[in-house]
Design a protein around this ligand. Structure first.
Ligand SMILES: CCc1cccc(CC)c1NC(=O)n1cc2c(c1)/C(=N\C(=O)c1ccc(N3CCN(C)CC3)cc1)N=N2
Length: 295
């Protein structure tokens, strides 16, 4: 199923199936034609797939049950599925449903044609201020929506950000997200993106996602995360010290650095709120209101 017709990308991610389906009949692998592998993570692989009857294109994430047992991620996976199924936002990848067989669990995910934002960042080295501001604005809107539903993502990094066929950002992989009631203390995500209160294993709340927006904005514009170091220990030290510097870079404005400096603040209560991010002059001036960014 290699060359899927481009018009199928125009499929509406919120209307996955257009024919009446027996809600009690669970999906099975027989309902899908499997295409090329799209990517692989620690716990599974993702394949391009198409639902046979409706021809609706999806991404099918396959996770082996023995891996779930081996890494003891039952709770994390269940939380990811409950959270991502319940979220409906243009910048959050849809989880339409799931099914399983003896060995595997299958997640039926929205297909993001553009692939990982990470790929774009690596290819171009850095993003334009327009692209960076558009993605930070989209992320802010998605996070405002999540925080409104008491969900903290906690693991926003370029590898978990996908692009659809119109260059619209989609947050994927809610594997580390939590309902904010139970503030977990487990370390999660690579250190580069962790806020001080997380690396210092303190209680953390929504403001960790605001911190991460600062990290991402810096990385989008400068091509690497701000506290990158030779090893985790040094990254750790740089984060807790807020050892932040802006190399003089053409095409990166002072307003961008101003926004980043108001997010990478040690005291979580002093970080710019999501609302204030969306009203920041650099965002207002550079972000595409439709959230689309065809580089
Ligand atoms: C198992 C894989 C995995 C592990 C961990 C976290 C995540 C979330 C990102 C994932 N991926 C995941 O869940 N994914 C859910 C997905 C998904 C991944 C996806 N698309 C792609 O991965 C993709 C990759 C390259 C692509 N290209 C076409 C255009 N070319 C110019 C470049 C290549 C086009 C699409 N759509 N829904």
């Amino acid at each position: 199923m290699e060359n899927i017709s481009p018009e199928s990308y125009a499929q509406d991610p919120n209307k996955p199936v257009s024919y009446p389906r027996d809600p009690n009949k669970p999906w099975s692998i027989a309902d899908f034609e499997i295409g090329r592998p799209l990517g692989k993570g620690k716990f599974g692989r993702v394949y391009l797939a198409r639902e046979v009857k409706s021809k609706f294109v999806v991404a099918l994430k396959v996770i082996f049950k023995e891996q779930i047992e081996k890494y003891k991620i039952q709770h994390q996976l269940r939380r990811e599925m409950e959270i991502q199924t319940s979220l409906r936002h243009p910048n959050i990848l849809r989880l339409y449903g799931w099914f399983d067989d003896d060995e595997r669990i299958f997640l039926i995910l929205e297909y993001a044609y553009g692939g990982e934002l990470y790929g774009l960042l690596r290819k171009n080295g850095h993003l334009t201020e327009q692209a960076a501001a558009t993605y930070i604005s989209s992320l802010s809107q998605a996070l405002a929506y999540c925080h409104g539903k008491c969900v903290i993502h906690r693991d926003i990094k370029p590898e978990n950000l996908l692009l659809d066929h119109e260059g619209r950002l989609k947050i994927a992989d809610f594997g580390w997200s939590v309902q904010s009631s139970n503030k977990r203390k487990t370390m999660c995500g690579t250190l580069d993106y962790l806020a001080p209160e997380m690396v210092e294993n303190k209680d953390h709340d929504y403001a960790v996602d605001n911190w991460t927006l600062g990290i991402l904005c810096y990385e989008f514009l400068y091509g690497n995360p701000p506290f990158e170091a030779e090893n985790q220990k040094d990254t750790f030290k740089r984060i807790v010290k807020i050892d932040l510097s802006f190399p003089p870079t053409p095409n990166v404005s002072e307003e961008a650095n101003n926004l980043i400096s108001q997010l990478l603040v040690k005291d979580p209560s002093k970080r710019l709120s999501i609302q204030k991010i969306m009203e920041h002059p650099w965002i207002v001036k550079n972000a595409d209101p439709k959230g689309m960014c065809l580089n």
